[in-house]
Design a protein around this ligand. Structure first.
Ligand SMILES: [Zn+2]
Length: 354
């Protein structure tokens, strides 16, 4: 069993769907609580670590999950905290054997301490830089997130920031695209679509949360943008409440889907691992990647997710290896970086993976 677990740790991995604030581990949450206590922060009651992480075997509603994010945002409210959590998150992914990581985060301003959205992004980039200055062997890219509840003005501002940072990113971490996320039952998608269209025109990649819940109107509007990747896609299939037209479109355009199994099970948008839509798309040989979504909140790292996929759907080590390697082509990275990653997979492949 131990040898089996070490296979997943050693497996080189690509993580394409990781929200910065949801990826904060419990040990970093303790550090944040101490940091705020040391600062004598008194304007809100500091949460206990268990309030911001869902333990193994436990489930919460999607609504409760979004309440957890609100608490975390209160803890990550200045540039020191942003830098600290970014550094820790990147290091933890690297320790878990992730060789290529795309982090996504919503630039947040805090008028109380003067943190602007650009200061927030700069702090994230500085945190990545600190993580990479050690012996972390990982390539990191950044996506800026648009929250579904935001106005068009906020969304277009994020698109402009992403375009500016894409052009002036430091060499260690470039901004490559835009994500659309947040509470799937909230927001006005038709209002946000022009901002996402502009992002595409600016040459930014689009990774959109699509069909997290049944909302075929939103799904139709978002698929019409032909995103570069889909997050979740839980309710695309007709058997789940979606429709065949969605499935045909996603297959025709080979739009990769980011699969976050534990997130969906713990957030109760999927009844159990065996019911997960992973199986449909895997069997259809569609481009998919295994991802964590929020490794801190859902207490499951990427090695755990590969192990769960293999156990649930009976994948051999060889098949798990192929699945992890196939995600390289779904990265928002240059062809040179993809070739570099493929060499890493080739050089590390065990003689017999089974
Ligand atoms: Zn997500």
């Amino acid at each position: 069993m131990e040898a089996k677990q070490s296979f997943y740790r050693k497996l080189p991995k690509v993580e394409l769907h990781a929200h910065l604030n949801g990826s904060i581990s419990q040990s970093t949450i303790y550090k944040l609580i101490k940091y705020h206590k040391d600062k004598n922060k008194t304007d809100f009651v500091l949460p206990e670590a268990w309030q911001v992480s869902i333990a193994k075997g436990e489930q919460r509603s999607l609504e409760d999950c979004f309440d957890i994010f609100k608490l975390i945002h209160k803890l990550v409210d200045d540039t020191n905290a942003v830098k600290m959590v970014t550094r820790d998150v990147v290091q933890e992914f690297a320790e878990d054997g992730v060789r290529y990581l795309e982090i996504r985060t919503t630039p947040r301003a805090n008028t109380q301490n003067g943190m602007s959205k650009t200061a927030y992004i700069d702090a994230v980039l500085a945190g990545v830089g600190e993580a990479l200055s050690g012996d972390s062997d990982i390539i990191v890219k950044l996506l800026l997130s648009i929250d579904r509840r935001q106005s068009f003005q906020d969304a277009i501002n994020t698109v402009e920031l992403a375009s500016q940072y894409r052009d002036k990113s430091p060499p260690h971490c470039s901004v490559v695209g835009v994500d659309l996320s947040g509470d799937p039952s909230a927001g006005d998608i038709p209002e946000l679509v022009p901002a996402l269209t502009q992002a595409k025109k600016n040459g930014l990649k689009l990774a959109l949360h699509v069909a997290e819940i049944v909302n075929n109107k939103d799904t139709e509007s978002l698929l019409a943008l032909l995103p570069d990747r889909i997050g979740h896609g839980t309710y695309l299939l007709p058997s789940k409440g979606g429709c065949q037209q969605f499935v045909d479109m996603v297959q025709q355009h080979k739009i990769p889907i980011e699969m976050c199994l534990t997130s969906n099970v713990k957030g109760r948008t999927v009844a159990g691992y065996l019911d997960h839509h992973f199986k449909y798309w895997y069997d259809a040989n569609h481009p998919i990647s295994v991802c964590t979504d929020d490794k801190g909140v859902f207490a499951s790292d990427l090695s755990d997710e590969y192990s769960i996929v293999a156990q649930t759907f009976g994948l051999s080590n060889e098949e798990v290896w192929t699945l992890s390697e196939a995600a390289i082509d779904q990265c928002f990275a240059s062809d040179t970086t993809k070739q570099q990653l493929k060499r890493i997979w080739k050089d590390n492949k065990p003689c017999s993976s089974n």
